[in-house]
Ligand binder design. Structure first.
Ligand code: HEM
Length: 396
């Protein structure tokens, strides 16, 4: 943590909220469970796996209610979440559970976080009034979505610095949820690991070779960007967030046929340093009015950062916490690789949807990517002390 503060585990969220509410002072991104030395916990204001630094391995799993459970969705979800909560808490602390079938024996939790959200259909089936923020994401002209790996009633993000830990947790979650929910799609993802990074604190590169995450919000802006604080949202979402997932395949042969000058122009940032094409270093603010000696815009009109930057979008911002994926070959022999884009925000309509509408119309990057799946989940607030995830929604 910045400012010399050393805070352990569950106290982090409380401290951040306190500083935000009372000081308005800039605050650092929360440490990962691994960095703070304390396991993540489901209890508290927020779930883990959002503002903490992303560990190297991801598995995202989307579950659907079984046909039978859907007819009694409220009690089915209640039963499932009551069983899920202690299982999640136990595994995040490294107290492995029987449903992991000894796969993780001999392993540490490796910064494990498990983050749980509900989809719109499950909310509606449970009798909840759908928050406006859960309105369906509209279709965009550049979409090529596969319904078989889109949507879902319950979405769970599992992150850790070890792939076997992740696999054992997914095995256990599916067993714990089996009476009411079955997995419909899964996505693996990865980021550079601490073991392989010369500077583990550096912005990670994606499979296009770009520094990806440079201008993510930090400190107080991050907290405001991701956590639902009230407003038009129902009380049961306060402390939660909205997660948009998009599986975005990269057309890598197309991309790597372009030289680095052309690739830089697509994003509006230099390939090697990540600096904006208006000048400076990676963290320098882009100057969208800057011109080259020849009089052209230094950051082209269709550059990805021009279209997405908060200054050009009414100030809206979100946390991008995506993972690369590399799933072998497709039936057509092309690589099945890209970015499993994940964005946490307080209102997808004014953030993801508004920005993606601009990208679909104008983004130079569109020629090199294909959006293949889409999902939206209401990430629940943390569980009340001694209670369960979703209790604020489903109890009473
Ligand atoms: C495969 C698809 C994508 C790739 C490879 C990609 C890559 C990048 C890169 C390299 C940057 C500049 C560095 C940074 O600030 O992180 C960036 C920035 C950004 N991207 Fe994307 N992006 C993709 C999809 C999207 C989508 C779908 C959205 C939202 C609808 C989005 C929103 C943003 C935002 C908000 C920024 C920060 C802009 C700023 O503050 O300057 N990106 N992206």
């Amino acid at each position: 943590l910045a400012g010399g503060a050393v805070v352990a585990g569950g106290a982090v969220g409380a401290l951040l909220d306190h500083e935000l509410a009372h000081d308005g002072a800039p605050i650092a991104t929360a440490a990962t469970p691994a960095e703070s030395g304390a396991p993540a916990t489901v209890y508290g204001r927020h779930q883990p796996g959002v503002v903490d630094r992303a560990p190297a391995c991801l598995r995202f799993v989307a579950y659907d209610l079984t046909a039978a459970a859907r007819t009694t969705a409220r009690s089915a979800l209640t039963a499932a979440l009551k069983r899920l909560t202690p299982a999640v808490e136990s595994m995040m602390a490294g107290r492995w559970i029987a449903e992991q079938e000894v796969i993780a024996d001999g392993m540490r939790p490796a910064g494990l976080t498990i983050t749980v959200g509900l989809g719109a259909a499950a909310l509606t089936a449970s009798g909840a009034a759908l928050p406006a923020a859960m309105a369906p994401i509209p279709a965009f002209p550049t979409d090529g979505l596969d319904p078989a790996r889109s949507g879902g009633d319950l979405g769970i993000q599992v992150c850790a610095d070890d792939p076997l830990v992740v696999a054992s947790v997914v095995q256990a979650l599916s067993a714990v949820l089996a009476p009411q929910l079955s997995a419909r799609w899964m996505q693996n993802g990865f980021l550079p690991s601490a073991a392989g990074s010369t500077d583990p604190a550096a912005t990670p590169r994606n499979l296009m070779g770009q520094l990806d995450g440079t201008d993510n919000p930090t400190g107080a802006r991050l907290q405001l960007a991701v956590w639902v604080a009230g407003g038009p949202n129902p009380d049961w979402m306060v402390g939660g967030s909205y997660l948009v997932c998009r599986r975005i395949r990269m057309l890598l042969p197309e991309w790597y046929r372009r030289n680095t000058t052309e690739r830089a122009a697509v994003i509006g940032r230099a390939v090697e340093s990540g600096a904006p094409l208006s000048g400076g270093t990676e963290k320098s603010p882009p100057d969208f009015a800057a011109r080259t000696a020849a009089g052209a815009l230094a950051i082209p009109a269709d550059a990805h950062v021009r279209l997405t930057h908060p200054a050009n979008n009414g100030g809206v911002t979100m946390l991008r916490r995506g993972y690369s994926y590399d799933d072998g070959l497709r039936a057509d022999g092309q690589r099945d690789a890209g970015l499993f884009f994940q964005a946490f925000q307080t209102d997808p309509a004014t953030t993801f949807v508004a920005i993606q509408r601009r990208l679909a119309a104008n983004d130079a990057l569109s020629a090199f990517i294909r959006h293949e799946s889409s999902a939206l989940f209401a990430i629940l607030p943390g569980a009340p002390s001694g209670g369960w995830l979703g209790q604020q929604l489903l109890a009473g």
